[in-house]
Structures are given as structure tokens and as C-alpha cells.
Write a protein that binds this ligand. Structure first.
Ligand code: BEZ
Length: 386
């Protein structure tokens, strides 16, 4: 059969394809997030935020409807390569969006690199994702584990603390958060006298709390999140430590957790790239829209999900919906200023947000900003070669 102009036009209309370009039809988004386990509520907030931005754009980005494919990753690194591969090979997603847990995110980054699939990480802070594993088609809308930790190292040194004990889960996020903290704290003259850790997602804290009491440090720095953060804050207060040894943390310690932590969280200082009381028109509009859509108050995870969709939106607009144009997609994001509820941020050369880190204090069930701890803090992107 002769291939006429008419049959060619029909074929293009059906597939939206010209020399591999896919600019019409649905854009397949693979959402890989935890729906069960200690990080389940974080996964829900990220998905809510992501969907909110799409809904605000009328359900389409760059003229393409969005079709979702979902996997519960259970925050389990041992299942992560299989889960991500299913989304890429079976469901043929155009972009992977995930996840919360650093170990799972590193497996997703490996699959994204091996298959050339676009990846946007809406939480997990694994330094390597925008460090040694960086790639032109891998982006993060959240933070590196180093960022809030480093900011808190400077804050605690300025507050006059000299000897600090750290406590966290023994996995990439905990290790890297403590490393970032220690880098800044010891540079400023402080000393980390003991580093305590327990396996993720274990919440049997009593033995370690006894060690903290015996060590009598000036203060404690911690990284916990989700259900584990709720229990840690309650156990710390319950052991009588809160009134004796000030507790500080990366802001995940008190974000999305305050209802459950109650008065045990009151007064705690944390560092993070979002706070509840920013009172900017942008944040107020976001909070109102989120509360209206989900009958819930947003938290940092909701913001990161929303901004992952905003980043996808910016990149797709630049390539007119053709996500195969990865170089142009990346160039657009590197030039962009993302209009985030947290405040505007830019994307570093290794594709991590360059952003203000707030010092927040818990009061009246809110993480209230007491000011900016670190202005436009950029992750060093160690090991990234692009
Ligand atoms: C992480 O594993 O990178 C992570 C998990 C929860 C909150 C923040 C970071």
C-alpha cells in the first residue's frame, strides 16, 4: 500500500508521534510513594499536593491530560527496583515521581538512569540523588538531607551549645542529616560527643534515651519523620528529658505530626524549607486551595508534591509536551524560578532546590517561622558530574 499524505496525517493524529516525538495524548505519570507504614501519611500529602497543581491547570500540562499509575513502595528498599521497573516497563510511564524514603529513591534513580526515564523526587533527601547519581533527567523538588542538618548545625552553635548527642534511624537519611549537622556544628566550634542510631523503622527508643540521660549533653540533634517522629517526641518528653536537655531536629520531626504529638512538641526548634506561618499571598492561596480540596492543613510534604508538579509543568511547557526532549526540559528548569508556597526557589546545576531554610518553633500546634536560618542554601552536590 502507498503511504499517502492522508494516511500519514491519520497516523500522526492517532499517535501524536513524529520522529519519536510524543506531544499529544495522555502523559503517563508513575507515582511511587508509600501508602503503608511509618511514612504513609507523607505519601498521601505528596500525592494530594501533586494532584492539586494538576487540577489548577485544568487537569492538563502543556495540553496533555495526565494519567496516573500508582505503586505502594512500602518504604522498602528491597522491593524498590522491581516496583520502579514495573512502572517503566509494564506501564510505560513517561515520568517517575517518587518517593519519601532515601533508600527507595536511590533505587528509583538507578532505574531512571538505566532506562533514561525522567524522575522527579518529591521528598527523599538522599544526597546521592543530586550528587554522585545525578543525571540530566533526574530532579528533586524537596531538599537534600544535608540542607536542614547543615542549617541546624549553625543555629545550635550560635545558640551556645558545645557538646551534642545525635540520634536517628540508621539509614541514608539519618546518616546524612547528622553528617550535614556535624559539618556545620563542628566548623563553628561545637563537638558531637555521641552518635546514636537504631534501625529504620524501629521505634524502641528507651535504651537510647537512657544513654542520652547518662551522657548529659548540652543538647540533642535528631532526624525522625512520620510515625517514628511522633513516638520519639512523646518518648523524649515522657522520659523527663525535654525539660533537662533541649531537643532540636531537622523539621520533619514536627511536620505533619503536631496533632499527634500534642504538648510534648511545644517549644521545639527545627530547621526546614517550609513553615506554617509564612503569611505570604502565595502560601495563603496554596493553603486555602489545599484545605478546600482535602479538608486538611498542608505540610511540607504537600508543598513538595505541589512543586514536583510545578517543575513538571515548567519543563513540559518548554518542550511543548514532548518529554523526550530531555536536554531542553532540563535547560528550562535550570533557568526557572519555581513559585513555591515555601517562597521562590531555583534549581542547582545538580538539580536540587536552592532555597531558604527557616528556623521554626512549635507553638499552638504550628511550626512558626522565627526567621531564616540559612538564606538560599545550596547543597554542595558532591560527586555530581553532568
Ligand atoms: C528520607 O528518607 O529521605 C526522608 C524520609 C522522611 C522525611 C524526610 C526524609
Amino acid at each position: 500500500m502507498k503511504f499517502t499524505h492522508i494516511t500519514l496525517a491519520c497516523a500522526l493524529a492517532l499517535s501524536g508521534t513524529l520522529a519519536g516525538a510524543q506531544t499529544t495524548g495522555k502523559l503517563k505519570v508513575g507515582l511511587m510513594l508509600p501508602a503503608t507504614g511509618t511514612f504513609a501519611s507523607l505519601g498521601t500529602a505528596i500525592e494530594n499536593g501533586f494532584r492539586l497543581h494538576i487540577a489548577e491547570q485544568g487537569g492538563k500540562l502543556a495540553g496533555r491530560e495526565i494519567e496516573f499509575f500508582k505503586v505502594d513502595d512500602e518504604s522498602d528498599p528491597s522491593k524498590a527496583v522491581d516496583n520502579a521497573t514495573k512502572l517503566v516497563s509494564r506501564d510505560k510511564v513517561d515520568v517517575l515521581v517518587g518517593t519519601v524514603h532515601s533508600g527507595v529513591a536511590m533505587a528509583m534513580a538507578k532505574v531512571a538512569k538505566d532506562t533514561g526515564t525522567m524522575l522527579i523526587v518529591p521528598n527523599a533527601g538522599a544526597d546521592a540523588v543530586t550528587g554522585a547519581m545525578c543525571a540530566p533527567h533526574i530532579f528533586r523538588s524537596s531538599f537534600s538531607n544535608w540542607q536542614p542538618g547543615y542549617a541546624m548545625g549553625e543555629v545550635m552553635a550560635k545558640r551556645g551549645h558545645k557538646n551534642v548527642v545525635t540520634i536517628t534511624w540508621k539509614y541514608a537519611a539519618g546518616d546524612e542529616s547528622v553528617r550535614g549537622f556535624k559539618e556545620a556544628f563542628e566548623k563553628s566550634g561545637g563537638k558531637v560527643v555521641k552518635e546514636l542510631a537504631l534501625p529504620f523503622p524501629n521505634v524502641e527508643f528507651q535504651a537510647l534515651l537512657t544513654e542520652i540521660a547518662a551522657a548529659k549533653p548540652d543538647a540533642v540533634y535528631t532526624f525522625f519523620a512520620g510515625g517514628g517522629a511522633v513516638k520519639f517526641v512523646k518518648d523524649y518528653a515522657g522520659a523527663g528529658l525535654k525539660i533537662k536537655i533541649p531537643l532540636y531536629g531537622a523539621g520533619f520531626l514536627t511536620d505533619g505530626t503536631l496533632e499527634a504529638q500534642g504538648a510534648d512538641a511545644d517549644g521545639l526548634f527545627t530547621t526546614l524549607h517550609y513553615a506554617d506561618s509564612l503569611n505570604t499571598p502565595r502560601d495563603q492561596a496554596f493553603r486555602l486551595a489545599y484545605a478546600k480540596a482535602y479538608k486538611l492543613q498542608p505540610d511540607v510534604y504537600a508543598v513538595q508534591g505541589y512543586d514536583a508538579a510545578q517543575m513538571l509543568s515548567v519543563g513540559l511547557a518548554a518542550v511543548k509536551g514532548d518529554i523526550s526532549k530531555k536536554t531542553e526540559f532540563a535547560a528550562a528548569l535550570r533557568k526557572a524560578k519555581i513559585d513555591s508556597p515555601r517562597g521562590p526557589f531555583t534549581i542547582s546545576a545538580s538539580h536540587n532546590p536552592v532555597q531558604d531554610i527557616y528556623l521554626r518553633q512549635v507553638g499552638a500546634k504550628e511550626n512558626k517561622s522565627t526567621g531564616i536560618a540559612s538564606k538560599a542554601l545550596a547543597d554542595p552536590g558532591r560527586g555530581c558530574r553532568m
